[in-house]
Design a protein around this ligand. Structure first.
Ligand SMILES: [Zn+2]
Length: 249
């Protein structure tokens, strides 16, 4: 495997950042192959502007579970999100989800249910953040059988992955795969490639030694996945890119 491999690995999950909005380096990842998610309702109009500049960009509307307490009140979310989707036609819903380690889980559940209902109604994929709440999330997904989407920054075992697969959920593989004692690294060999996507979560989840992540890091994660699965890197990249197209196109 040579180091000069110049494959583009499509980024299934990132956010607005200087690197994306004002790129100073040579762009390796096309905006057409990046799924850029909102973290708050303030991002929605910024994402629309970003897509005006990059017409093939994929953008998502949602409110991250860490931000719900200082964003739209839960009673206003549904009407505002529906209106914005009708007007602006985002490509997916997210980021939303559950995080036991941060904030109020009951409130997160209220916000999440609205996102799930809207994603199913508009037939849009949904990008989910889930930290130590897989059982609650899986139970809730059971109520939305037509939904499809991705669990971003997946870090659990292959049995949980199988449960998500039955709920039409892909798994986002990011910098956690480089941590050798992580659940993800340990289970990677057993995860079906058809269920996997690569993501940077730029700029928030850098690999050790970096300040921020960016979409070009996806190549490093794809190569690590190929190594752990003992597969040909080109084959792995072709497959995760096809999975990306299947989800977002
Ligand atoms: Zn994110």
């Amino acid at each position: 495997m040579s180091n000069n491999l110049n494959h583009e690995v499509y980024d299934a999950h990132c956010h607005l950042s200087d690197e994306i909005c004002n790129p100073t380096t040579k762009i390796v990842i096309s905006p057409a192959h990046r799924a850029v998610a909102a973290t708050s309702s303030h991002d929605w109009s910024k994402l629309v502007t970003y897509r005006q500049i990059n017409p093939k960009a994929k953008i998502g509307f949602g409110i991250h579970p860490w931000n719900i307490e200082r964003d739209l009140p839960v009673g206003k979310l549904e009407a505002q999100l529906r209106a914005q989707i009708e007007q602006q036609q985002p490509d997916f819903i997210g980021e939303t989800g559950l995080d036991v380690l941060k904030g109020n889980l009951n409130l997160q559940l209220e916000y999440l249910k609205i996102h799930l209902r809207i994603a199913q109604d508009f037939n849009l994929p949904i990008i989910l953040h889930c930290v130590r709440a897989h059982n609650q999330l899986l139970e809730l997904l059971g109520k939305f059988p037509k939904l499809r989407g991705m669990i971003h920054a997946y870090n659990a075992n292959s049995e949980t992955a199988m449960q998500y697969r039955r709920k039409n959920m892909q798994l986002g593989i990011g910098s956690i795969i480089l941590t050798s004692n992580s659940q993800l690294a340990k289970s990677s060999a057993h995860l079906p490639l058809e269920q996997l996507l690569i993501e940077s979560d730029a700029p928030y989840m850098p690999m050790t030694g970096k300040q921020t992540s960016n979409s070009t890091d996806c190549l490093t994660y794809a190569l690590e996945l190929a190594m752990l699965q003992q597969k040909n890197p080109s084959e792995v990249i072709a497959r995760v890119n096809q999975n990306w197209l299947n989800l977002f196109s």
